[in-house]
Structures are given as C-alpha cells and as structure tokens.
Design a binder for this molecule. Structure first.
Ligand SMILES: NC(=O)c1ccc[n+]([C@@H]2O[C@H](COP(=O)([O-])OP(=O)(O)OC[C@H]3O[C@@H](n4cnc5c(N)ncnc54)[C@H](OP(=O)(O)O)[C@@H]3O)[C@@H](O)[C@H]2O)c1
Length: 281
C-alpha cells in the first residue's frame, strides 16, 4: 500500500498501518514529516510517481482537493486504487473519481470522523463510497486506523455523509465553547463546570477532550480552526446547492471566520472562545 500526506492526521494513521504489519510506501511534500514512518519500518519514496509504481492501493490524506490534484498529476493510475480520505467538497470528489477512472484506476472515498487523538488510537470512523467490489477490497485494509468502516453508497455519498456528521460534531463542541464562555463571564468555577459536563448524559469522547482544553485554556491543535472553517464552508456550500436550511452552520461559520481573522487559524478550534471574548470586550 501507499500513503501520501503525513500531516496531523496522516502521520498517526500511517503509523498505525505500519505497526499492524502493512507493507507501506509513504511520501510527504515536506520530507521531514516522513521520518517517524521510516523509523517505524515504512519505505519512504522520494516522489509521488515512486509510490504509485510500488503500490496497488494508495491512500491520500491531503489538506484539500487542490493538493489531491497536484499529487495525481504525477501518478500513473493504471490498475491502481486511489483511496481518498481527506475532507473535500462532494463535487470535487466526483471530479477526482472521473479523473482516476479516466487514468485507468479505481477511486474510493473514505473520509473519516475523528481528529488527532482517535487517529493515534486507531479509533476513526471511516465512511466509504465507490464501486461495491472496490470498497469491499479496501474496507479491511483500513481496519488498523478505524474503529468502524461503514459503506455509504456511490461517490460522493460518503463525503456528503461526512458533512452531515460534521454538523452534529461541530454544533456539540461549539455549544461547549459557548457554555465555558458563559460560565467564565458569570464567574463560575470552570473546573466544576468540566466535572459536571464530563459526568452528564451529554458527555462523549470529544466533549471530554474539549472540556479539558477549555477549562485550562489549552488551545494546542487537535482540530485546527482554519480546517474547521474549511469544513463549515463545505457544509454551507453543499447546503446551498441542495436548498437545505442550516442556521447553526451559518452562525458557526461567522464565529470561526472571526477566530481565524484574530490569528488563531493554527490553534485548536476551541479557540473560538477567544472570538466570543473579543465580541464581548
Ligand atoms: N485534523 C482533523 O481533526 C481532521 C479530522 C478529520 C478529517 N480531516 C481532514 O483530513 C485531511 C488532512 O487533515 P490534517 O489535519 O492532517 O491536515 P494537515 O495537518 O494540514 O496536513 C495536510 C497534508 O496535506 C499535504 N499537502 C498540502 N498541500 C499539498 C500539495 N499542494 N501537494 C502535496 N501535499 C500537500 C501536507 O503536506 P506538507 O506536510 O508538506 O504541508 C500534509 O501532508 C483534511 O482534508 C482535513 O479536512 C482532518
């Protein structure tokens, strides 16, 4: 297998594949990010073309559709299966699907729910779309990275499904951000709020991680604000295209834009707390 894109998500995902015994060839635009993979036993290719020459199935975990376009430009796709795991617009994924098939390959969408910590724990939830025979081939290979792999239908249904899950995940975390802001401005003890929220029926894996960050004002990146803004834009675009009303997404989009404009694009998206504070100051 090949793996291209060793960023915040790609690096722990690829490490889990290698540790599970997958024979992996990796490449990353910034070469230094491949070193932990080399140490773990992966082969590090010096070009994209080399990854495609040495692998039958190639995972892409890249920032956006433009990055995928750039990578696929240098690839011989004949007989290859491209597994696209990043989050991009459904129409961009359809375009990639056509391009890969035109190049003689097959294409599977496999966007994931879960951020850096679930990626490290091999506890992502992958949504798959594509030709059923190809998704059947790919599904078991994703197991070392995923708690669940769920087939959603033809391309781009997995990406549209991913956007639906984003609405739920982002609204719940942003609700937590607003709760901490409200509590702080009312001079409540944030450690106590965290204990209550963590023990409540609303608690989840992500709420516990984010409540710890909010209680201690630790905005080190897990899910970056700029990436969340991209995701909010993707949902808003898909909602507009389908004539679907998404008022929560619109509100969160405005707040995340403010967060990025304030200079917190590379912080965790719970830094939206600072945008709320700026509104109140
Ligand atoms: N972070 C999360 O919580 C999370 C959760 C679920 C899904 N996702 C999605 O997963 C994807 C990856 O996210 P991430 O957090 O890992 O992003 P990231 O840390 O920014 O990593 C992006 C990767 O894309 C590469 N890249 C960017 N532009 C490129 C180009 N033009 N040519 C070749 N490579 C290029 C980067 O290479 P360099 O190292 O050279 O910059 C890096 O390997 C995104 O689509 C994101 O929306 C993220």
């Amino acid at each position: 297998m090949g793996f291209i894109g060793l960023g915040t998500m790609g690096q722990p995902m690829a490490l889990n594949l290698v540790r599970a015994g997958t024979d992996l060839v990796v490449w990353n635009r910034t070469a230094s990010r491949a070193e932990p993979l080399r140490e773990a036993g992966a082969r590090v290719a010096s070009t994209v073309a080399e990854v495609f020459a040495r692998s039958e199935i190639i995972i892409l975990m890249l920032a956006n559709a433009a990055a995928a376009d750039a990578v696929l430009e240098d690839a011989d796709l004949t007989g290859r299966i491209v597994v696209h795991m990043g989050t991009i617009a459904p129409e961009d994924s359809q375009r990639l699907d056509s391009a890969v098939r035109a190049g003689g390959g097959s294409y599977v969408e496999a966007p994931v729910s879960g951020s850096r910590v679930p990626a490290e724990q091999g506890a992502l939830v992958a949504m798959l779309a594509g030709d059923p025979k190809t998704t059947d081939t790919v599904r078991p290979l994703l197991a070392p990275m995923c708690r669940e792999t769920i087939v959603c239908g033809p391309v781009p249904d997995a990406l549209t499904m991913k956007l639906a899950t984003n609405i739920f995940m982002l609204s719940s975390v942003m609700g937590l951000v607003e709760a901490f802001h409200f509590a702080a401005r009312n001079h409540l003890d944030l450690g106590t709020l965290r204990t209550i929220v963590d023990n409540s029926q609303m608690a989840s894996d992500i709420s516990r991680v984010k409540s710890a960050k909010l209680a201690t004002r630790d905005f080190t990146i897990q899910g970056g604000a700029a990436d969340v803004l991209k995701n909010l834009s993707l949902v808003a675009g898909a909602a507009r295209a389908a004539g679907v009303s998404t008022p929560l997404i619109e509100t969160m989009h405005r707040l995340m834009e403010e967060t990025v404009v304030l200079g917190h694009g590379t912080a965790d998206f719970t830094a939206a707390l600072k945008a709320l504070e700026a509104r109140d100051s």
